[in-house]
Design a protein around this ligand. Sequence first.
Ligand code: MG
Length: 256
Amino acid sequence: MFATTPGAAVSRYFGFWPRELNAIFDRLPRVFCKTGGSVVAVSAPNSFNSLSMKILCIGRNYAEHIAELQNETPDAPVIFAKPDTALLQRNQPFFLPDFSQDIHHEVELVLRICKNGKNIEEKFAPTYFDAIGLGIDFTARDLQSKLKSKGLPWELAKGFDGSAPISQEFKPVSEFADLKNIDFRLEVNGEVRQQGNSGLMLHDFSKIISYISQFITLKMGDLIFTGTPSGVGPVKIGDQLTGFIGEDKMFDLAVK
Ligand code: MG
């Protein structure tokens, strides 16, 4: 039987993938397609379309976390990116990679960008994200330290497969009474390891969006990890990582 995905079929027909179709596919119920014998999900409600999205992250955005890693406080936000293949969704387990002996959890609030924008002024930035979720910026700390000491880019320590689990649900911005007072936390095996509040960020959501968009055009469906509070630490096989915004459980994933 002829096996294909809608994306492949459309690309073949048009010779490219029309970006406008991403919005349509994001609204479809989950569809499973045969691809060479394997079954893959191509679209799901509240899922992110890896055909067009990017994942941007801010580092060193909480003073106590900067102190625990003995980093310098940067003048401007520290920005890095993860590829779409870093995404982990629907509470899928995280498999420890074999190239690191020191994978750290960094729990972070995650913004979902809802429209395209460049050079966004801070006062308009709140209109560019419509929902907030929770994720983990998994970091191969040993590899990152080695790369940092040589002044090399961090990508491999931050962007490896599965290094960006996100909550299945993203809460609409309208559900938050105050964006500068959002409590979130990470529990490891039922014990609180990281506790944060958006009010403690050195650069708030608007500043982050405005700053990034001076360099990189933001597009609908992009995600922004907004930095981790103190308490980062290693994970091991068998750990259960549970993330909360307020008292709402956002994700619950196993380390394997
Ligand atoms: Mg981080």
